[in-house]
Every structure is written in C-alpha cells, then in structure tokens.
Write a protein that binds this ligand. Structure first.
Ligand SMILES: [Zn+2]
Length: 278
C-alpha cells in the first residue's frame, strides 16, 4: 500500500466531517478542522496536492476502498492485474473509469443487508435506508458508548451488518475527532467506509437523555446511527441536512419521542421526513 494512503484517507475524513458540520448549519469547531486539513495537506508532495485540488473540484470523495476487485464509487470491476496493483503497489492507483484513488484494506466492517426484491413495491424516502427493525423507542443505554453499542448490535441482529464490534470501534474513533452531538438533544454517530451494501440508519430514543459529548451540550435524547459506504458520503450529507431540518422542530422531536413501539416510531419517522428526505 502506498505510504500516503492513510494520510489521504484521514484528510478525506476531515473534509467530510467539515462538510457534515456545515450541513447542520452549525459552525462547531470549523476553524480547528480547517487547521488540521491545512496541516495534513501541507505534508503531501506538490504533485499529490495538485491532484487533490483537481479531484476536489468534482466532489468530496477522492479515495475509496476497492471491494471484491471493484471500485466502490462507480462499481467498475478492475482487471485482475490492476486489482493486484491496488493491493501491493507503492504507487497511487486510480480507478480507470471514475479516476478516484483506490485502496485496499482487509477486515472492514461489512454491510450484508439484502437487496430489495423486485416484487416488492419501490421504496421511497427514508424507507430506502432503514426498517422498523432498526428502531429502538426506549434505549436502555445510559452512556454514549452504550447507546452506540445498542444501535450497532441491533443492526447486526437484524442482518444488516456482519460485526457490531467493529462498528462500535469505528464510531467511537469518529466521535473522538469531533462529537456528533448537536443542538436540540440530537446526535448523529456514524461509521464511514463500510464494505458493500447501501447506507443504513438506526434510530434510538432515550427519554432520560444521555451525555454524548465532553462539552455541555445537555443530554442527547434522539440518536441517529448511520453506517455509510464511502461512495454514499455525498448523499449522506443530504440525508443529514434533511434530518436536521425536520427535527430542528420541537413538535417533530416530541412526536418521535412519544412513540412506544418500533412500528409506530417507524411510521412517524417516515411521515415527518416525507418532505425533507426524498
Ligand atoms: Zn471508479
């Protein structure tokens, strides 16, 4: 693997976190993120820097994992010899179709959710990414880590991911960079860079509230837990903006929190996000 791959992955993660903060219309620690991004960028060779500038003009996804010999951004299956190069070469490798940088990493958490059957009616809105089985109206968790574990375990139990433990580790690493707790007692913990499948969302409500970050944001009561393939990162930002818009309204939060069964909470979530998540 090229020695700069980890560096580039970290840089992309920070840029995406910055975009997340902006999607919330929320300037939380933007200056600090900008400084880290500038610092990491300055450590790259001028060649790689100008490559990044060119790529970032198109979109925020510059580097993606290769899974089963295919680019996870565009789906292009690489010739065997090229796939091998991605695994072993110390040169940066790009996808021949979408020209994003590719990397290979073993042991990523896997999304194993079933594809929708053709006979089923086409799903729209938030129903595409979640299911009643991923709703937890009364979280048992009393801490941030427990809440993330409870939601990740639910995802594994419902057959969406293969390894809840890996998800918890990755989500906590992400929390360590900048907390995903926001105003209106909501938090958006997530894991990016999972292999396969699509974006998946679980939702938990804690009536009492959970202390989610080190700052004094007040207790978090609504926890959206998301698992995001790198290629869906740009879409994830739209989803995030939609959820933030819907649930900045106190009545919407109240309606969601009042539901006592997963099925009812699911129906309310769909109803409330009909206009913000298309
Ligand atoms: Zn590609």
């Amino acid at each position: 693997m090229h020695p700069k791959i980890n560096h580039l992955i970290q840089l992309q993660e920070l840029s995406l976190i910055r975009a997340e903060q902006k999607a919330h219309r929320h300037g939380h620690r933007l200056d600090e993120l900008d400084a880290s991004i500038a610092d990491l960028t300055s450590q790259l060779s001028t060649d790689v820097q100008s490559l990044l500038v060119r790529m970032q003009k198109r979109d925020s996804i510059i580097i993606v994992p290769m899974t089963n010999g295919a680019c996870t951004a565009c789906g292009m299956r690489l010739p065997t010899s090229h796939a091998q190069q991605v695994k072993v070469s110390d040169q940066l490798q790009v996808c021949p179709i979408c020209t994003r940088l590719l990397y290979f990493e073993e042991g990523l958490p896997r999304n194993v959710g079933k594809a929708q059957r053709r006979s089923e009616p086409r799903k729209v809105g938030i129903a595409r990414f979640s299911s009643p089985g991923l709703m937890i109206p009364r979280l048992k968790a009393t801490t941030r880590d427990e809440a993330i574990r409870e939601l990740a375990t639910k995802m594994q139990d419902e057959g969406f991911v293969d390894d809840a433990g890996k998800l918890v580790d990755s989500a906590l690493k992400r929390e360590a960079i900048v907390s995903t707790a926001l105003d209106h007692s909501m938090a958006f913990p997530h894991v990016r860079g999972v292999e396969g499948g699509g974006l998946t969302l679980g939702l938990g409500v804690s009536a009492k509230g959970i202390k989610f970050d080190g700052h004094d944001k007040g207790p978090t009561k609504i926890v959206f837990f998301m698992v995001i393939p790198t290629a869906a990162s740009a879409f994830y930002l739209k989803l995030l903006a939609g959820l933030a818009e819907t649930f900045s309204d106190a009545d919407a939060r109240k309606a969601l929190s009042a539901e006592e069964t997963p099925e009812k909470m699911w129906k309310t979530l769909i109803k409330l996000t009909k206009k913000t998540i298309l």
